[in-house]
Write a protein of this length. Sequence first.
Length: 282
Amino acid sequence: MFKKALVGVDHSPAEESLLSCLPDLRHWGVESVTLAHVIKVGYAQGAGYGHEDEFKAWLEKDAGLLRDAGLKVTTSVTASGLPAEELLAVAQAEDADLVVVGSRSHNFLSEIFLGSVAKDLIRKSALPVLIERLEPARAGHAETCAAVCNRALDRILLATDMSEQSASAEDAAVELATRAGHIDCLTLLADDAGVDDRRAAQARHDDLVRRIQNGGATAGSRIEQGDAADTIARIASSQDYSLIIVGKFGQGWIRGKVIGSTAARVCEIARRPVLMVPLQVS
């Protein structure tokens, strides 16, 4: 499914941990990676503007480590006042089919959460976006990050609201089944859902389970009620899932909710990698 990934990197305490996650992408079928850094410029030029050669040298050093791990690696250094849009432009130019970023804030002393660039990517990307979970850690007196990304395809939680818009996330899970260990399908019904709603959900799950098993992974079904993001995060944690797959658009988690905001919230609180899959329009 995925062959080439665009990885957004910044010169921060999270960089080393994010890079440590990338060799795991080989299990996804990824063969090549583009390490991309955007120097942010605006009314006042960013501190890195005019030092592109230094950033290229830094990325090449990182690229060498990934090449040793068996990945083909290219690098990109550009400047823009809109980093997320620039990263997506680079992804298009490089013909990438997956975008990867880390879940950290530039205010590293605060609780880790989605930074502004990651949020913009989720909102604007027409490509699947993998949010690698990076947790705060300490090394001596320095603030560092610890990655949560070991063999992400071993145990997957697919969160689907069964809408037409969720089909892309479901299709992604089915395609990854050829490389995954186990995939559970989760749907959250409204508090006032009736017997017919539950039967419809089960029928959809039965079909998904069959498709996943045909791909080679084992599969299960969970139909529950509750707040979307909180319930997904609770289940992912309690059952030790290694990856959550969620759609970008779609409706019906609970009344008044949309999956776009749910996806962003899941990325912030689930404490594990999240693959956000946008609606694919043919």
